[in-house]
Design a protein around this ligand. Sequence first.
Ligand code: SAH
Length: 261
Amino acid sequence: MHHFFADPSCVEDGWIRIEGADAAHMGKVLRMRPGEGLLVSDGEGRDYLCQVEELEKEYARVRILEERQAGGELPTRIWLFQGLPKSDKMDLIVQKAVELGAFGVVPTATKNAVVKLDEKKGEAKVRRWQAIARSAAEQSKRSCIPRVLPPMSLEEAFALVRERQFGLCLIPYEEERGMDSMREALAAIGAGERPGPVNLQEAGGDIGVFIGPEGGFDPEEIRQAISQGIRPVSLGRRILRTETAGLAVLSLLMMKLEGAF
Ligand code: SAH
């Protein structure tokens, strides 16, 4: 079944309006027809099973058949703090992070990152990444659209973690030896603790994952992270590329939060 997001203001009295590009996509690309079923999420945790009533060029009206509790969210918000990677790797990282259930992606400037984003370029990139997050969220039937925040420094990222009172933060570091710290961190996470989602105002208990850029973290950055209560962990005996490392951790967290182990 096709899946779309609609702003809560478009949901009214048993009907949902779908406007602009999404409506055009329904008609032109997906060739949907009146009577056809679809899933609409309001991005704030409500999912609606619907049926197309009216479909025009840039406007569709769909009837709500059934409201469902947000099915597409993990019980805990996960934020990926991604050291700025080269070229367009971030496109892939954002798309896959959304599929794996991340709630937010934070492009993070670290000491060894080759890429430096000025404000103007940064804004355009964030818009692009946010659009990728939206279509990945539709494709993977998430109930909310994960956020891509504007790039920030590692210090600002640490401050965000403090302000939002994250419950657990991991910083994969290739100099870390053994699996004890990873095992302990996973043991600290309960499966299915509370129903998702997830409103941005209600902070607390989030999980953060800090991944270094191609050049890795500077030992001083790791020391600072540890002083903030962030746990260094190993991802095994092989060096993973920056785009693989975050996705490996997200896969692990996703399965843990889904109750697989
Ligand atoms: N400093 C490295 C590689 C950096 S890999 C070098 O020699 O070039 C990019 C990031 O992925 C790292 O900063 C770390 O966060 C993560 N990472 C990759 N492999 C890892 C491993 N085996 N254990 C822990 N973290 C790893």
